[in-house]
Design a protein around this ligand. Structure first.
Ligand SMILES: Cc1cc2nc3c(=O)[nH]c(=O)nc-3n(C[C@H](O)[C@H](O)[C@H](O)COP(=O)(O)OP(=O)(O)OC[C@H]3O[C@@H](n4cnc5c(N)ncnc54)[C@H](O)[C@@H]3O)c2cc1C
Length: 407
């Protein structure tokens, strides 16, 4: 019976990294089991095909469990990642907000390099193997696939990813496998995802893009604030700012709370100046008085929201309440958040294997000796901009290193 030193379930970013790291410890008998007909499918779609593989600004606070990830990043963080890939031939190209891409600007660079290394180091890869269960008998793990095959290993790393964009292979089956092994799975929900909001004006606003501030509010309290592109769409609002806010918004919704989104249309001018502008335009029709201040598509919508029925009313004909309401909307336009698009449209899955049951320093299960986890299958997710792949590399490296010890 062939017993592998380390079996890695899932050949995505963290699984491949785990295999390379396990190999660095001198283990030759490593196996990656991958469901797809090729490894690393998701890597190809990351960073719009350019693979934003890390971020210069990264700290543990960019993740949902900072104290847990810190123990991994302390051992293999940003600079170790840059050096690791540099050694494999991938030169970093740093862009705005610290987002880091390969100089080739091709996500496929990672796959080319990985396949080269896997071949060179004689790491075994079995594709089209859908793992359905893992069990442990004495000192050996049995990894079984849906079509009845069994692979045996001294150590196992589960690196099956989350539930986002399941066409790339990550369909959440790893959560079920870990659950059956006695691990607790925390609530799963899509993160880095477009939000659905309540508004009768979405159809009219669809396609409008602005660069401004958006705030996530709960009972008027600011929970998160982001600056950048905001994009209106038929279903709601998207853009990098919204993706960043989406995790917290979905978390609050899951708790039965009622979060709101505030879009700040006017950022650079004070309220007093805007009041002065309207005073100076008292003879102008209100829709004309708004031209030059905000995107034209917002005008009819804001007038309706401020209960100004006729857009050709002169500014001086507006009631105090109408004018106050309109000015307020320019600085504080609220939308009730009703949900988000689903896992298929999300970049990352929040929730996963409860980190309380995993040793942070080694990523070994506290429930079953010799079982390790890495990547998105754990209840770890980060901000948009290279942070999730950074977690996949770092956790893969640490899981691989520790799984390959004492064999
Ligand atoms: C569109 C999109 C763009 C993204 N862009 C970025 C970006 O630019 N920067 C960034 O940092 N992050 C990005 N991410 C997030 C990032 O890709 C993931 O967080 C990261 O790939 C997670 O790595 P992983 O190895 O844990 O999981 P995955 O990469 O999902 O790999 C899991 C692997 O396990 C396999 N698998 C699953 N179940 C089984 C099973 N039962 N048996 C066998 N194999 C199985 C899957 O087929 C898959 O190959 C993006 C995500 C998406 C969807």
């Amino acid at each position: 019976m062939n017993i592998y030193d380390v079996i890695i379930v899932g050949g995505g970013a963290s699984g491949i990294m785990a295999a390379l790291s396990a190999n660095e410890n001198g283990n030759q008998n490593i196996l990656i089991l991958e469901k797809n007909n090729r490894i690393g499918k998701k890597i190809l779609v990351t960073g719009n095909g350019r693979c934003n593989y890390t971020n210069v600004t990264m700290t543990s606070n960019d993740y949902n469990h900072p104290e847990f990830v810190e123990k991994v990043f302390n051992q293999f963080g940003f600079s170790e990642t840059i050096d690791f890939f540099d050694n494999l031939g991938i030169i970093p190209k740093v862009e705005e907000e610290g987002k880091t891409y390969p100089l080739s600007e091709q996500a496929s660079t990672f796959l080319d390099v990985f396949l080269y290394e896997i071949n060179k180091r004689k790491i075994n890869v079995e594709t089209e193997q859908i793992v359905k269960s893992i069990s442990k008998n004495r000192e050996t793990f049995q990894v079984k696939t849906v079509d009845g095959k069994q692979f045996n290993g001294k150590k196992v790393i589960v690196a099956t990813g989350g539930k986002s964009l399941s066409i790339t292979g990550s369909d959440g089956s790893g959560f079920e496998i870990a659950g059956r092994l006695g691990h607790k799975i925390t609530s799963l929900f899509p993160a880095l995802v477009k939000l659905r909001v309540e508004s009768e004006h979405l159809k009219h606003l669809s396609g409008v893009k602005i660069n401004t501030q958006v705030d996530l509010l709960l009972n008027d309290e600011v929970m998160q604030s982001e600056n950048g592109d905001v994009l209106f769409a038929n279903y709601g609002i998207s853009g990098p700012t919204i993706l960043e806010i989406s995790r917290k918004a979905n978390e609050l919704l899951l708790e039965g709370k009622k979060p709101e989104l505030r879009v700040v249309l006017i950022q650079s001018i004070s309220k007093a100046k805007i009041i002065g502008r309207f005073q100076n335009s008292s003879e102008k029709e209100i829709n004309q008085a708004l031209i030059g201040l905000i995107n034209k598509r917002f005008i009819s919508v804001l007038l309706k929201e401020a209960k100004i029925e006729k857009s050709n009313l002169l500014v001086k004909q507006l009631s105090k309440e109408q004018l106050f309401s309109l000015i307020n909307l320019l600085f504080d336009w609220r939308f009730k958040i009703t949900g988000s698009l689903g896992f298929e449209d999300s970049q990352v899955t929040a929730g996963g294997i409860d980190v309380n049951e995993v040793e942070a320093r080694t990523l070994e299960s506290k429930v079953i000796d010799g079982l390790f986890f890495s990547g998105e299958v754990l209840d770890i997710d980060g901000r948009c901009g290279g942070f999730n792949l950074q977690w996949a590399w770092s956790s893969g490296y640490i899981a691989g290193k520790n799984a390959s010890k004492n064999i």
